[in-house]
Design a binder for this molecule. Structure first.
Ligand SMILES: C[S@@+](CC[C@H](N)C(=O)[O-])C[C@H]1O[C@@H](n2cnc3c(N)ncnc32)[C@H](O)[C@@H]1O
Length: 301
């Protein structure tokens, strides 16, 4: 039985590509194909990637569900915007600093124009149909590739990427680096620092290696920095998808000039975000549904 042509979660899981990496590529391909044919080229990439990120954060924390697909499928564009707002509100409650670091992916939700919103519920259905929720709720799948990075790469032209050197390491190569880095003697509390992290695929690979050897990435510290605001925003979301834990710092700045300035800036941002969250528990007021719908006050951990 299908609703809007989309089978229930169990069947979507069974129909997903067997390899998590193929699944990530299929999701990014479906997202990019919809965007280019319906929204024209690679414009509004913060909205394209931000919508995928918001839905990814809202996926259940376990593969067994619950299935949020039926809650998302019937939404119209306006209601989808409120569902995304609710997702970011949950993340804001859970980790105000990472939500702040991810701001380029959700800032547009404060005052979206009609053009920003047009067709987004259809886009969300494409992502659900491609199995985004099942991909994100299964740690082994979610850490097998960098789905946000894959979509960003598709949305940037070759010449654009050439001008900034944005060629992310393919997952298969990053995984070898992760093996080399983390199969040797590492101790809980050690810091993994990537000064030019892109969208964080090296951290993803390192976390996967740690888990492979029976260690918990959440017991380590992670610092991901990138010069590009959208890249570092993706790091903030993916840190959650890859279950890196609570000791994650994400910054956006020039790591070559004066890294100490980055330290100062992130400390100030964290203090500001924590204080603001106390006085402003809801980041984005919603109009069509409760502010944390359908999720409670904390997102998956
Ligand atoms: C070749 S990509 C590699 C990204 C990632 N380390 C990987 O392996 O996929 C280089 C990244 O460095 C970033 N970058 C370039 N100059 C930088 C700087 N001065 N400070 C911080 N990041 C920088 C770019 O935005 C880009 O994302």
């Amino acid at each position: 039985m299908t609703l809007y042509g989309i089978p229930p979660a169990g069947m979507r899981r069974a129909m997903a590509p067997e390899s998590g990496r193929d699944h990530a590529h299929a999701i990014a391909d479906a997202a990019h194909a919809w965007w280019t044919s319906n929204r024209g080229g690679s414009s509004d990439r913060a909205i394209a990637v931000g919508t995928l990120a918001g839905l990814a954060l809202s996926a259940p924390s376990r593969p067994e569900g619950p299935d949020y697909g039926p809650l998302l499928l019937p939404l119209n564009d306006e209601q989808l915007i409120d569902a995304l707002r609710a997702g970011w509100n949950s993340f804001w409650t859970y980790d105000p600093d990472l939500t702040e670091a991810a701001r380029p992916l959700h800032d547009w939700l404060s005052h979206p124009t009609e053009t920003d919103i047009r067709g987004l519920s259809d886009y969300a259905r494409v992502l659900v149909r491609a199995g985004l929720l099942e991909y994100c709720s299964d740690t082994a799948r979610a850490e097998s590739d960098d789905v946000l990075g894959l979509l960003i790469t598709r949305m940037r032209s070759y010449s654009e990427r050439q001008s900034t050197g944005e060629f992310f390491t393919p997952a298969v190569a990053a995984d070898h680096m992760g093996d080399i880095l983390f199969s040797t003697d590492r101790r809980p509390g050690d810091l993994f620092l990537e000064a030019a992290a892109g969208t964080g695929t090296m951290a993803r690979a390192a976390a996967a290696t740690l888990r492979f050897f029976g260690n918990d990435p959440a017991k380590y510290r992670w610092w991901l920095n990138d010069l590009d605001p959208l890249n570092s925003a993706c790091c903030a979301v993916s840190a959650q998808l890859w279950r890196l834990g609570r000791h994650v710092t994400v910054s956006c700045g020039d790591a070559l000039n004066d890294p100490r300035l980055l330290e100062e800036a992130v400390r100030e941002r964290a203090e500001r975000a924590t204080a603001e969250q106390q006085t402003r528990p809801v980041l984005y007021p919603t109009r069509t549904r409760p502010p944390f719908w359908p999720w409670q006050s904390v997102p998956p951990s």
